[in-house]
Write a protein that binds this ligand. Structure first.
Ligand code: SF4
Ligand code: SF4
Length: 395
């Protein structure tokens, strides 16, 4: 794609990166075929190619408008388009740059501002989130439909898994996961310790930065990342693991997001090199079936299959443990959870959730397994079939 960004834009690191990405796009439109919002809404501007044009126009003209804001807001950040693109266009990185510009330039309604402030002030802080959920349960019936389905009493916090300072693996708890499904990490820690792998549970962990990135606030994300680099005891371990693939993909991107921060970039690179998904960590081990379930429908989160490009590892581990994986059509498509998306874009999120549940339950599984807390909560709100983290199925 030919570009003509003004010299002032090219002089910035973000502008230069955006220019490179834009030039790698040959506007073939293959990506539209796997874009959930394009499939649902049928508007070119709600597909990756249209959004790339919107970002190009913004950068060239030096102005952003409400149209660009609407269509960039509707993007799920699922990155299915990146997996499909034959030219290797780094769409997710371009979108972050585009959203940052829109966020600074186009005012939001008071309701949108309130929603975003609430998300940033509550969700990344487990104690606050727990308190809000307890309150939310009382007033649940007054909440709008998509939010109502997500409100549930947080389970009691299980006894902290044994944590060793000499461990080779640092296990991060995650913000929402540590509140809503804290047993996933304690179960993983016991699986690992039974196989001779000592785990250190993270202390002083803040949000990985994913939520701020989703909300187009790159600076807040960088602050969260720097804080984790300073606070977490990561230097002495070999591996840093998150059981939430949405956090994992962000943790792996620290070097990219902090690329222009001279003080933090080398630490960010060393940190990101140690991050692995739990599926990568468990690859060499054998497990047995840990539940009464047998037939599993596997939902691969976008952050695992498109963001981290990990496909097949979980299915292999589950099959080796004795589970039967049922076929699931359109496995590449997003379920609509997408971080804060189900709260900010409830109509699209609900439509995608319905399609995904239909695909997952078509062959009558006993359980749906997934790898990200956002998908787990979003899917379980729409089906009676149990939806679990896949690690909980292993023994
Ligand atoms: S598939 Fe890749 S090269 Fe083609 S329009 Fe989409 S982003 Fe551009
Ligand atoms: S990230 Fe997902 S929703 Fe956004 S343009 Fe790409 S495929 Fe479409």
């Amino acid at each position: 794609m030919r570009t003509s960004l003004p010299a002032a834009a090219l002089a910035t690191a973000a502008g230069a990166r955006a220019n490179d990405i834009l030039r790698s796009c040959v506007h073939c439109g293959f990506c539209n075929a796997t874009c959930p919002t394009y499939q649902l809404l049928g508007d070119e501007l709600d597909g990756p190619r249209g959004r790339i044009y919107l970002i190009k126009e913004m950068l060239e003209a030096g102005v952003a408008n409400a149209t660009a804001q609407t269509h960039l807001d509707r993007c799920l950040t699922c990155r299915a388009c990146e997996t499909t693109c034959p030219s290797g266009v780094r769409y997710g990185e371009l979108l972050e740059i585009g959203r940052d510009i829109v966020e600074d330039a186009v005012p939001r309604t008071w309701f949108e501002r309130l929603q975003r402030r609430w998300l940033k002030a509550v969700v990344p802080f487990p104690a606050r989130l727990r308190a809000w959920l307890r309150l939310g349960v009382v007033f649940r019936r007054f909440a709008p439909e998509p939010l109502r389905a997500l409100i549930a009493t947080p389970p009691p916090v299980p006894p902290h898994a044994a944590s060793s300072e000499a461990a080779s693996v640092l296990l991060l708890g995650g913000c929402v996961q540590s509140v809503m499904t804290p047993r996933v990490n304690t179960h993983l820690a016991s699986l690992l310790s039974a196989r001779g792998v000592a785990v250190r549970m993270a202390d002083g962990e803040g949000c990985c930065g994913a939520l701020a990135l989703h909300l187009g606030d790159a600076e807040a994300a960088r602050v969260a990342m720097r804080s984790n680099l300073e606070q977490l005891p990561w230097q002495g371990v070999e591996r840093i693991v998150s059981t939430a693939s949405g956090c994992g993909v962000t943790l792996k991107s620290y070097a990219q997001t902090l690329a222009e921060d001279e003080r933090s970039v080398s630490a960010a690179r060393a940190f990101a090199n140690k991050v692995c998904d739990v599926a990568e960590l468990l690859e060499g081990f054998e497990f047995k079936r840990h539940t009464e379930f047998r037939r599993v429908a596997w939902h691969a989160p976008c952050t695992l299959q498109h963001g981290q490009r990990l496909t097949g590892q979980v299915e292999t581990l589950l099959a080796r443990a004795g589970y039967e994986l049922v076929p699931v059509r359109d496995g590449h498509l997003c379920c609509g959870a997408a971080g804060a998306y189900s709260v900010l874009q409830p109509d699209i999120a609900t439509a995608l959730q319905g399609r995904k549940i239909e695909a997952l339950t078509e062959h009558r599984p006993d359980v749906v397994a997934t790898a990200n807390i956002g998908c787990q909560l979003h899917l379980r709100a729409a089906t009676d079939i149990p939806v679990m983290h896949w690690v909980e199925l292993l023994g």
